[in-house]
Design a protein around this ligand. Structure first.
Ligand code: SF4
Ligand code: SF4
Length: 72
């Protein structure tokens, strides 16, 4: 069986760089390894792994993340 992946390029996840304060919480809570810390900012490194669970959005203290659950 092939790896189960969400459809490519369809997640509604958006990271607004300027708002990120580099707390790292999104990296801690994301169950799919979507983020990495680079230069004290979160970066999306595996966009297609996002299944729009909303955990990162709910934990981001600065409103840098948004996702519309159920779009993908
Ligand atoms: S919505 Fe869920 S899967 Fe997607 S990046 Fe945020 S924590 Fe990870
Ligand atoms: S939770 Fe928000 S502020 Fe913290 S690293 Fe992630 S995007 Fe940046």
């Amino acid at each position: 069986m092939k790896d189960i992946r969400y459809l490519d390029d369809i997640s509604s996840l958006v990271l607004t760089d300027e708002k990120c304060v580099g707390c790292g919480l999104c990296i801690e809570v994301c169950p799919h390894g979507v983020f990495e810390m680079q230069h004290n900012k979160a970066r999306i490194v595996d966009f297609n792994a996002c299944m729009e669970c909303g955990a990162c959005v709910n934990n981001c203290p600065s409103g840098a993340l948004s996702v519309s659950p159920g779009v993908g």
